[in-house]
Structures are given as C-alpha cells and as structure tokens.
Ligand binder design. Structure first.
Ligand code: NI
Length: 518
C-alpha cells in the first residue's frame, strides 16, 4: 500500500516573493513573511492499490461531459454515491444549457483518506458555458462500521466544534493573510462577527444573507453529528462553509480550500489552502474524524467489503436520477455490432432479450455485450408464446435459453421478456426470474422507419421508462444514434433493466413494465 502522502506534490509553504507581495496590503511589512499554506492529502484513485477508477466521457454536438469515479466493488455504497452525485450534476448541467458554444462539464474524484475503517472522496466539478467557468467541490466519507456514506460534518464532534473551526479559520485569515474581519467571505464573516453561532444552528441557508440569523426556527437545537441524518441536516445548515471542501494536511491538521478571489492576499490563482494546525483540530474531531485523519496520514488499505472489484452491481441509484432502460429484442443479429458501437459513444448500457436459438449463431455480439456492461435477458428459445405452453414446456424453454446464454457469457440472464408480452398465471408460477415488459413501444417492427422509431422513443420516454426496440431491424439500429443524442441532451442516463428496477425488489414471476417513481 502506497501511503497517500507520498503522491501529493503541493509544497507546504510558499515564500512570498516580491511579485506575490504586490497583492499584500500596501504598507504591510511582511513581504518576506512565509504565508502558512497547508499541503492537503489528496490522491488520484488509480494510485491506490485495490482501487480502480473509471472515466465516462460523452462528446455530443452541443456539449462535452465527463466524469471519473472510483470503483470499490460493483455496488459499493461509496461508488454508488459518488457516481449518482456526478450523474445528477450532469443532468442539471445539461438541462440548464442555453445552447451557445460547446459547454463542457468535467467532474473528477480524488481520494482524501483510505483505510479499512474509512474512505474519503473529494468530488470536483468544473463547468464552462458561455465563457463563464464555475468550480464546485464537496467531500463524501464512507464509514465501514455503519456502511453509510456521510457528509463532511460527520468528521467533527458537534456543531460547536464546527463553529470553533470557523473562528480559527477566520483568525488565520485575519492574522496571516491580512484579511480584515469585514472582508471575511460568507459564513466565516457571519461566524466571526457573532451573527451566527452553533447554538442558533445557523438555520439560514446559503443566500439568505438578509436575515440576521437571530431568529430561532425549527431545528435550531444543536444536531447530533454521529447520527447520519442529523449530520446531513448539519451539512445543509452549514452549506457554503469552506469546510465543505476540507482535507487533512500532511502536518496532521486540516487543509481548507478557498477561492483565490475570497483571499486576495494569498496571491494564488487556483486555490488557497488555508491551514488549521493539528493542535487546533485535536479536540474537535469525531471518532470518524480521527479514523479519517489516521487513514489520510498512514493509509493502510481499503475496507474489506464483500464483493470485490470484479463483482457486478448497481452503480447508479436510479431512484434519484433520470434513468431510462433501452431494450432490444429478438436478436442477436447482423446489425447488433453496429448498435453496440452507437451505445458505446454515450456510455449507454442496454438490455438485450435474446433468442436461445440464435445464441450459437452469433456468439461474438453476446460476448461483447457482456464485456461492455450490457445485460442479457431471456426471450425464449424460438419466440414461442409462453401463455400457450404448459408449465413444464415453459420451464424447459426458459431453462434451455438460460443455459445457452450462460455457456457464452458465464451467467444466467437475470430477467425474462415473454414474446408478444404474452403471459398468464401458469407462466408466472413456472419461472424463477422476473418478467419484464415495457412502457414505451417504438413499434419499430411495424413502421420500419428510422425517423418514426426515434420519434416514438423521444416523445414517449419519461424517467424510469423501459423502451422496446428490435435490433434485428436495420431501421431500428439506425434510429438509435438519434435516440441516444436526444435523450442524453435531456439529461437521461442509459441503464440496464436490473439497474432501473435495482432498488425495488424484483421477484421471480413478478411482472414489471417501468420504474416510474411518481
Ligand atoms: Ni420478440
């Protein structure tokens, strides 16, 4: 295990040169003074043994979006949380686009701490649109003990400790960075001037600067930060705090990132890393905070969660996202490869309901589907009408098809789509897999018209939809690039059937048409 500290490269201290000194308040004698900078412990996910990172990047006509997230086993809570947060940010970005130029959103993850007890991740988002660039950063902390992914507030003992840290930060900025109290930004200024205290709970959110904060409303009691829900509530209360982008420093204290324009005296262009000394943090951390600091400074591996890196699992929480499941029936066929190329451009994952009798004829596309994260579904051996069969015939047909897919991909299809959507009680009782129908029918087998097929999909899809296509028709496969471009532009994420239903229990013999939440 490489200690995290070894891969950070920022210098701890910066001697103020004459050029930087120009930014200092005129008349200040401290031109030769060393500004105290913190060196944060931050690491690229790839640099950690046992951790992989995955980058998703989509370049469309009118936008570029990308994100990189760490993978700790297929369905690890931290992976799901990071990826879901980034996917939601991407949707918001695409929904807000004005349409001029080529706006870009780039999201990234750095690891702030990693040990068997805790993993800290820093999420950053850089958006550029119409010549404006914005930057956001936040942190998430996985607590192996509870299995919860927690906000930054969980690192601290209580809200009083958070208030104390704001005062300490304000002190460093005033004393070392020559920032007068009245110029302290946002929450720091409010806390320093006594406008806002932990006992008041700082109940006013970001942007409601008009209030004096003296009004106590509900939730003004100090929150218990060891409780995940209350820690999340506290993160809302303290929204806009510089501690929202906190890391541990190599010196064992904190490195708090601030914007250069908030701290002009620092003479920095990208970020100002304000230090809080280890001694000033000592009494203020929670148990998780101490574990996280220890993990940042000493490393020591990763949580020993079941699953492991190769485990398949849901990595997007579609309950909180704009998801759609594209499904392709009756193949594989001669156009399937072309379809897979289109899907790859949008990092789209689809579900293929294949016929067992075709699997041996087209094994390569099946291998490619499995390799590229698509899902295989059972569409019977030869497109038989299951409702016309006896229970025994149903079982034999489904089993034979399951086995054909398993021989090629190594795993049994998790769901069944009955041909013609035809099913009855006998079918439901005979099968061991859930039965999946659809809510959007492109009627592609009937129209055989590319524009008509994409219009059907684009006009009728809503979050949670399961859309039916047939990849044996060239007209359908040719419609897919337009469908992907249009739905991506609307902020959709393309997931498999078990991903879209993933957080509801799917039952053997249960019938599912869509995952619409409202
Ligand atoms: Ni079919």
């Amino acid at each position: 295990m490489v200690p995290l500290v070894a891969v950070t490269s920022l210098r701890r201290k910066l001697s103020v040169s004459a050029a930087v000194g120009l930014f200092l308040v005129p008349g200040c004698h401290a031109v030769e003074q060393e500004l105290p900078y913190a060196e944060p412990v931050r690491s690229s996910p790839e640099h950690l043994a046992g951790m992989e990172a995955r980058t998703v990047s989509v370049t469309a006509d009118d936008s570029v979006v990308s994100y990189r997230y760490p993978r700790l086993g297929g369905g690890h809570p931290l992976t799901v949380e990071v990826r879901t947060a980034m996917a939601a940010r991407q949707t918001a970005f695409l929904e807000e686009l004005s349409g001029d130029g080529t706006p870009e959103l780039h999201q990234d993850t750095a690891i702030l701490a990693a040990s068997p007890e805790v993993v800290g991740a820093r999420l950053t988002a850089t958006a550029s649109s119409d010549g404006n660039e914005t930057f956001e950063a936040s942190t998430l902390w996985y607590d192996a003990d509870s299995g919860e992914v927690l906000p930054w507030t969980s690192l601290f003992r209580d809200e009083e400790a958070i208030e104390q840290l704001h005062l300490t930060l304000a002190g460093v900025l005033e004393k070392d960075y020559n920032l007068p109290e009245q110029q302290l930004p946002g929450l720091l200024g409010e806390v320093a001037s006594g406008e806002r205290t932990a006992s008041e709970g700082g109940a006013s959110g970001d942007g409601s600067g008009g209030g004096t904060g003296g009004e106590a409303d509900e939730g003004s009691a100090s929150l218990d930060l060891s409780d995940p829900e209350q820690a999340r509530e506290a993160a809302e209360r303290w929204r806009g705090s510089p501690l929202g982008d906190v890391a541990f420093s190599t010196a064992g204290g904190l490195a708090v990132r601030m914007d250069p324009d908030e701290v002009p005296g620092a003479g920095r262009l990208s970020e100002v890393l304000v230090p809080v000394e280890a001694a000033d943090v000592e009494e203020l951390l929670s148990e998780l905070g101490y574990q996280a600091r220890n993990a940042a400074l000493n490393g020591g591996g990763l949580p020993d969660d079941e699953g492991g890196l190769s485990a398949q699992g849901h990595t997007l929480d579609c309950r909180r996202l704009k998801c759609v499941a594209l499904t392709f029936d009756d193949g594989p066929g001669e156009h399937t490869d072309q379809l897979l190329d289109s899907l790859a451009e949008y990092d789209a994952h689809a579900t293929f309901y294949v016929l067992g009798s075709l699997v041996r004829e087209f094994p390569e596309p099946l291998e490619r589907m499995a390799e590229e994260g698509h899902e295989l579904g059972n569409h019977t051996w030869k497109h038989g009408d299951l409702a016309q069969m006896s229970a025994d015939e149903v079982r034999k047909d489904i089993e034979r098809t399951n086995e054909a897919v398993r021989e090629v991909t190594g795993s049994v299809p998790p769901t069944i789509r009955p041909p013609y959507g035809s099913l009855n009680g006998t079918v439901r009782r005979a099968v061991d897999q859930p039965l999946v129908l659809w809510d959007v029918d492109t009627l592609d087998w009937k129209s055989r018209d590319t524009d008509e097929v994409s219009a059907q999909a684009l006009d009728n899809t809503v979050p949670g939809s399961v859309v039916l296509f047939h990849d044996i028709h060239e007209t359908s496969v040719k419609a897919v690039p337009d469908v992907l471009a249009g739905l991506h532009r609307q902020g959709y994420h393309f997931v498999t059937v078990t991903d879209i239903f993933g957080y509801q229990e799917m039952e053997p013999g249960g019938v599912y048409t869509d995952a619409q939440l409202s």
